[in-house]
Design a protein around this ligand. Sequence first.
Ligand SMILES: [Fe+2]
Ligand SMILES: [Fe+2]
Length: 471
Amino acid sequence: MSIDYNEKIPNNVDIAGDRKLRRALENWQPAYLKWWENLGPVESANYDVYLRTAISVDEGGWAHYGLLKMPEYRWGIFLAPPEPDRKIGFGIHKGEPVWTDLPGEYRAELRRLIVTQGDTEPASVEQQRRLGKICPSLYDLRNLYQVNVEEGRHLWAMVYLLHAYFGRDGREEADEMLLRHAGDPDKPRILQAFNEKTDDWLSFFMFTYFQDRDGKYQLAALAESGFDPLARSCRFMLTEEAHHMFVGETGIARIVQRTCEVMKEHDTDAVRPFGVIDLPTIQRFINFHYSICLDLFGQEKSTNAANYYSMGLKGRYQESKIDDDHVLSDSVYLVPEIQGDRVVGTEISALTAINERLRHDYAKDSDRGIQRFNKIIREHGVDFEFKLPNFAFNRGVGTFLGVEATPEGKLIGAEEWDRRRDEWLPPKADFDFVASLMQPVTEPGKMAGWIAPPKRGIHGQPLDFEYVRFH
Ligand SMILES: [Fe+2]
Ligand SMILES: [Fe+2]
């Protein structure tokens, strides 16, 4: 399925054949570009950036690489090819053909799912907009911008669905996407993790490791949807999401690598004077980002999630690979419950525990990278281990809302929390220290001192390639 780049809005959904839709999207396009200009990456409009652009949605060879100004990026609408005879894979409609048009009875639920997903995309661009000014290298700067333009495209993917299937209120929702802003006290983004500051590159790599991984799991669950246009949009978005997590994982790994090198070289844990980030600080950033991302999966027990599942709108991670009846009316799942000063597991209907299950899948996936970071530490002969905190730690949603717990999951009182909070979550001094390291490095091939170089360049280019040209 090739993409039509002759159109003002590149697409593989034949918007040329639907004049009303094309007009609606062409009306939204200037508002989007205005938003990019005002709230996208600061002062970047004239930079030439070595970006990849999707040219096809087929497996392999879908991308083109070249120098491009970001406002000229060809944002558009790309759906994965339809699967012939695809059937709904779960819920009460299991086995029925997928919906190629909006199922009217589930309009409100689908709108909510699409808006919630769509809102995170421009939010992350807003959160990351100042990072370009303090990049650790041109390689990293290019990766930041690549992530940013793709998050912009993810917004296009959701806005297309709103325009194409939801009529007037869909268009209103699409407009609202550009009116809410990350961290805006009056009109914040819908989910709290997308209102947090991301003002330094340690936070950026944590964001692309943890928040973008939440994106992967949400998109994977929506890619199972019986509403086929949503499933196909999300399937193509997932191919882009993989790169965002690559940026996060390799970014953290390179920081850990550099820190361990300096620890060995100077035979000390106290590495801050040498201009690298100490491992306990990295652990506190992990604790923060992971715990706020756990909240993104919602309440442990959720009738909304059960309904989305039963209706066939949002499935589980890799639904088709799970060996059960995909209806779940007789199954149970273990969720945490607080009894006195202890956390115990309690069985509830697997249907109402859909959120918790996705959270578990996310947790397992998050831990895999953590173990790879630990391997780097071990290889340097350093005695330290990163750990993901317990589900009870620092939570703002669900069973653990308002509960104080250690990263190990032991419930504690407010007094102990106040006394020890800064051991577990980054205090202002951590942010100040990390900020002090954020001096821009823009000479091709050069790296900031707190991060090791990547193993290889982008798309076969050498590391000292000029990935961004400022003029
Ligand atoms: Fe995204
Ligand atoms: Fe992403």
